[in-house]
Design a protein around this ligand. Sequence first.
Ligand SMILES: [Zn+2]
Ligand SMILES: [Zn+2]
Length: 149
Amino acid sequence: MLTASCHCGRVRFTVPAPPPFRNECHCTVCYKYGANWGYYPKTEATISIDGKETPAADPAFSSETPLPGLAYYVRDVEAEKELPPTPGKMARGHLAFARCAHCGCMTHWVGIQPDYAKDPRQRVGINTRLMSEEDLKGVEQKTSAGPLK
Ligand SMILES: [Zn+2]
Ligand SMILES: [Zn+2]
């Protein structure tokens, strides 16, 4: 069992083990966040915010509305492709980049389109910078232009 925590400690993740590798994603948004992702199936992660636990496989975790204590930046794929937005409809491929609403640490990304929300086998990207260096000893570091499998 391993715990990842934002700077102020309000947001915590529990996962069974260190990730198989870490990835510094150099896509347009992750590069600017300076995030270093560890990818987990949603079934393996639990988020705790101010002591309230929510399994990542719980649909509330993948809701368009952030859990209390989190703030979202929703990556707008339609806008990036310069497609006209569809009023009242989320684009496929929408990803929410979540941060602690108090200290601002980037905590994770999660898909918030309905297909992703319904499927507990989908992955969540947890910012491994919230894990201790000691817990990550020996974990392979990768760099990529986008998320890795
Ligand atoms: Zn925090
Ligand atoms: Zn990225």
